[in-house]
Design a protein. Structure first.
Length: 726
């Protein structure tokens, strides 16, 4: 049977969206059907009759006004037309998000008028009566959120279509024959939407890059990056520029800095880390206090403003940590070498140096440029061994060097004291209302080809908390120092939790016998901490951790300091990771500028930069999440014959989501696949209920499943339902 060839052009069913657009552009002018037809370049009788019909319908529904017989005006702009953002659903409908509305405005499929997910649009809003959900119609796409999409190309004799795996992309993309490039049928390609002609069913585009064959490892990883508009390589000119930078340590530069090379200094990082942003120094003072230095790579020394290297770093704004690779913000010559605080090397740093009492009170503080020498590089596992055993001999099984070695007594003493002080700082934070989210991170053991051999979970221990607390201290004190001067600065802010999401979360966790105290924000944070502690190690832990994190507002960068709710800090910034975060570079530059006596910089300029960095962080997070999903599906492909114990992590009208206990991989069991009864979705119970047996499948229930399908392109797992756990 031959495949039906789709046509890119079709007649419009109605013209209401286009009519609104024409009328809204000339709000004081009345148009008749002939003038509108001329604007739309339509001269056939069928189209003209449709325009007459649409005008009558729109006037009857009060969308437009018939100012005189046969002539129509748009309603007052200020009353019904709004600009905002489109949020597509997977059902080809959307919601219009606008600050003027307390609730999102529903946009039916036939009212989208070519708007795509996250586009900035102008919308006509109607059905605004009390008790009714407002609905709207897109009359103009003001600005496309993106024009580049990843998909699989289906080549026909004279044209092609590209379809994406993104459930929010409701249309495929038409590719003319002369714009297919080197693509072959079935390739994964990156395409650019160039036009969407008035009468075209699909947007028109061109292939700008062939990514490879679907399902191949490198193809899918590059597809993830391309989907979010993230780069995979540096432009040649940026690499060349970086290679020419003088990275040697100069005596003339050392003379301008505080020399801390003789102070005991070491780093603690993940065992597979290649760049070391931060180091700690430790010195006992004669008065019984301690001098603790938080030393951060002085990236801003090498990254000069206005250069192509700085422009590239700003555009990237962050390093992207995919499951099998890092896409760095800076070229390797800086990120892994010149700026990396590697052991037994002198490095330029920007430091926050504190005099701290035995009870972890900050007595004095100093900020400025320094030069250090790192005496030791630790992995978290090695530092944790010292904390747990107080032993100075790192055994073979813990060592990252591949052999047992001895650490100096001085370093052991420093590590133990820093751990002791970090625990005091952490306890104070929790007492002040900080929320502790130690969510389990899924990690993969990969072979030389990047194939997953096994799954393990990353859990934060004392060594992780040690570093975390001193980084938090530096970030907080830097922000406080500038904030109290009332000068423009880059803050890391975090708003209070969304109450509606907390209420929705309460409905779910109540099924497990838990509750949240809503009386005030202090009670909420204490209640969430108690909840995190209570669910620790239980089957529902990951589900409840995820729900709690989703109930929180998203942290972001801003010049408007509202504090950081999750950390319970009035002032907070990002100072400690300039190798991988551009906001930290901005913080370093501003801090030095203000230390030199500079006046407050332009707030609007920096707010724009903050918004860009927050947006790029969000894209990077989504790409990282997709890479984990991809690797989970890839891992499960090789375990299709095994039974797995899972926990029901979501319930919908079309089935249940199940998270496997042993590896945290999540997939779906479709409702029609559960054969022991006929199930329907009970919205009130948030459960599937059997029609004959009254048996219930609800959140937290344990069941056994088997892989039915593992789709690498869509990054989706489907499971067979086997049986309930005993």
């Amino acid at each position: 049977m031959s495949k039906k060839i789709r046509k890119p052009i079709k007649n419009e069913k109605d013209f209401s969206g286009k009519i609104l657009k024409i009328l809204s552009k000339s709000p004081n002018k009345a148009f008749n059907y002939k003038q509108i037809a001329a604007k739309l370049e339509l001269d056939d009788t069928k189209s003209r009759n449709q325009i007459i019909k649409d005008l009558k319908i729109m006037a009857g529904s009060k969308k437009i006004i018939e100012s005189e017989p046969g002539k129509y005006l748009v309603k007052a702009e200020s009353q019904d037309y709004y600009e905002g953002t489109i949020d597509m659903t997977s059902r080809k409908t959307a919601y219009f998000i606008c600050e003027d509305f307390a609730e999102d405005v529903f946009i039916p499929t036939n009212n989208l008028n070519r708007a795509l997910d996250k586009d900035k649009v102008k919308v006509y809003v109607y059905n605004r009566r009390k008790g009714k959900r407002p609905e709207g119609e897109v009359i103009e796409v003001v600005e496309r959120n993106k024009t580049e999409f990843v998909g699989v190309i289906d080549i026909q004799p004279n044209f092609a279509f590209v379809s994406t795996a993104n459930p929010k992309m409701y249309t495929d993309i038409f590719i003319p024959k002369d714009k297919m490039g080197e693509a072959e049928n079935g390739d994964v390609v990156l395409v650019n939407i160039e036009d969407w002609p008035k009468r075209a069913d699909s947007p028109f585009g061109s292939v700008i890059k062939v990514l490879g064959k679907p399902g191949e490892h490198n193809t899918e990883i590059h597809a993830i990056l391309a989907e979010y508009g993230l780069p995979s390589d540096f432009p040649v000119e940026v690499e060349v520029y970086a290679q020419k930078i003088d990275t040697s340590i100069q005596q003339s530069e050392i003379a301008k800095r505080r020399d801390m090379r003789d102070t005991l200094t070491f780093t603690i990082d993940p065992k597979d880390a290649k760049d070391f942003d931060d180091a700690l120094s430790f010195k006992k003072l004669e008065n019984g206090n301690y001098e603790i230095g938080v030393h951060i790579a002085d990236v801003s020394y090498y990254l000069e403003e206005g250069t192509i290297l700085d422009d590239e770093a700003y555009q990237r704004a962050t390093s992207v940590y995919l499951v099998d690779r890092v896409v760095p913000m800076l070229p390797e010559v800086l990120s892994n070498f010149a700026c990396s605080l590697r052991p037994h090397e002198e490095k330029y740093t920007f430091s926050a140096v504190f005099e701290v009492s035995p009870t972890a009170q900050v007595i004095n503080q100093w900020f400025g440029r320094t030069v250090i020498y790192s005496d030791q590089r630790f992995a978290y596992e090695e530092a944790q061994y010292i904390i747990e055993t107080k032993d100075n001999t790192i055994p073979l099984e813990t060592s990252i060097t591949g052999e047992s070695y001895v650490v100096s007594d001085e370093i052991v003493e420093a590590t133990l004291k820093l751990d002791e002080l970090a625990k005091i700082l952490r306890k104070k934070r929790m007492q002040n209302g900080a929320i502790s989210f130690d969510k389990v991170e899924v990690k993969f053991n990969l072979d030389a080809e990047g194939e997953p051999e096994g799954v393990y979970f990353k859990v934060s221990k004392d060594a992780n908390h040690l570093i975390e607390e001193f980084m938090l201290l530096a970030n907080r004190k830097v922000a406080e120092y500038i904030g109290k001067q009332k000068k423009t600065f880059v803050y890391r802010i975090h708003d209070e939790p969304n109450e509606d999401k907390l209420i929705a979360m309460q409905q779910v966790i109540s099924k497990f016998g838990y509750k949240i105290d809503f009386r005030n924000k202090g009670d909420i944070s204490k209640s969430l901490n108690a909840l995190m502690e209570e669910v620790n190690g239980k089957k529902e832990q990951n589900l409840i951790d995820t729900l709690a994190i989703r109930s929180m507002s998203k942290a972001k960068y801003s010049t408007d300091n509202i504090g950081h709710y999750g950390l319970a800090f009035d002032y907070y910034s990002h100072f400690t990771s300039p190798i991988r975060r551009y906001p930290d570079v901005m913080v370093h530059r501003l801090l030095q500028y203000y230390l030199d006596g500079g006046a407050s910089v332009d707030e609007e300029t920096y707010e724009t930069k903050c918004l860009h960095c927050s947006n790029m962080e969000s894209l990077a997070t989504n790409a990282e999440r997709d890479s984990i999903k991809y690797m989970q599906v890839k891992y499960m492909q090789d375990h299709q014959d095994e039974e797995f114990l899972g926990v029901i992590s979501g319930v919908t009208e079309w089935g249940i989501y199940v998270e496997i206990v042993s590896n945290k991989c999540e997939g779906m069991v479709r409702i029609r696949e559960i054969k022991d009864d006929y199930y329907t979705f009970d919205e009130k119970q948030y459960a599937l209920v059997g029609a004959t047996s009254d048996s219930i499948l609800q959140l937290g229930d344990e069941i056994y499943v088997k892989v039915k399908n593992a789709d690498l392109v869509k990054k989706q797992l489907d499971f067979h339902f086997l049986r309930r756990a005993e």
